[in-house]
Design a binder for this molecule. Structure first.
Ligand code: CAA
Length: 261
């Protein structure tokens, strides 16, 4: 970004919550490299900032994001994307974040926009939210995790339908299928998501990180491996100050004071 240019990602903090707002409204937040570089850098900065306990990624009223930038990609060659590490280089930052990441989705979440939301831990949808992986219409492929995360989230039958036919889900259907965590009126989306993130960020950060890691392990391992991982994570809780504080506070009938240690 050069001086005087509008940032493509607006960065704010609210208490222990880091809020990132995608800011390319005229292109419906189409995710070009400059935007994804800024998003990745902001995510990793919040990850390093010990004052931040949870992160929200929001879009605009008409679109969370309408996908990877088709205009930018249209003439790229294999070598262009291979050598630059397209997607891997910056989109994968969301996967490196160990703190909880919430997506606040109103309007279109299409292609890479849907995949960005899928990479988050919790999706709060406004009633206007629309989810689709329409890459097939371009003779492309959902290449930011869509073919992998969507079947895990909603099952093969529905995922195949969405990927092969470009079928769009509205917020209620996305809720029924388990693609989103909650649906709220659009007017309440930002406040609701920030309140949820504030609630989450008030808990012990190392406990949140351990839970996120364990739930993600359920996607990537067998049940017995996952249970073993979970049991180890539980045992590790007994090495933390916060777990002892949390349990003693309960017994003392007082609010816990977490130090995030
Ligand atoms: N890339 C680049 N520009 C985009 C864009 C995208 N993904 N989506 C929208 N825009 C631009 C439009 O070209 C248009 O620009 P102009 O005003 O300069 O013409 C502007 O945003 C507004 O869009 P529309 O006029 O199309 O708005 P609409 O309300 O008529 O339609 C929409 C909205 C249904 C979301 C439509 O814009 C659309 O279908 N967008 C493309 C969605 C898509 O195919 N996404 C997948 C991209 S590929 C991908 O993501 C690959 C991957 O996995 C990484």
């Amino acid at each position: 970004m050069t001086a005087g240019e509008e940032p493509l990602v607006l960065v704010e903090t609210q208490g222990r919550v880091g809020l990132l707002t995608l800011n390319r409204p005229r292109q419906l937040n189409a995710l070009n490299d400059a935007l994804m570089d800024q998003l990745g850098a902001a995510l990793l900065a919040f990850e390093r900032d010990e004052r931040i306990g949870a992160i929200v990624i929001a879009g605009g009223a008409k679109a969370f994001a309408a996908g990877a930038d088709i205009e930018a990609m249209a003439d790229w060659s294999f070598m262009d994307v291979y050598q630059s590490g397209f997607i891997t280089r910056n989109w994968e930052a969301v996967r490196q974040v160990r703190k909880p990441v919430l997506a606040a989705v109103a309007g279109y979440a299409m292609g890479g926009g849907c995949e960005l939301a899928l990479a988050c831990d919790i999706i709060v949808a406004g009633e206007s939210a629309r989810f689709a992986l329409p890459e097939i219409k371009l003779a492309m492929l959902p290449g930011a995790g869509g073919t992998q995360r969507l079947p895990r989230a909603i099952g093969k039958a529905k995922a195949m339908d969405m990927c092969l036919s470009a079928r769009m889900l509205d917020a209620q259907e996305a809720d029924r299928l388990g693609l989103v965590s909650r649906v709220v009126p659009d007017a309440e989306l930002r406040a609701h998501t920030l309140a949820l993130a504030t609630q989450i960020a008030g808990y012990s950060l190392p406990a949140l990180m351990a839970i996120k890691e364990a739930v993600n392990r359920a996607w990537e391992s067998s049940l017995s491996e996952g249970i073993l991982f979970e049991r180890r994570a539980l045992y590790e809780r007994f090495a933390s100050d916060d777990a002892h504080e949390g349990m003693h506070a309960f017994l003392d009938k007082r609010s816990p004071v977490f130090t995030h240690r």
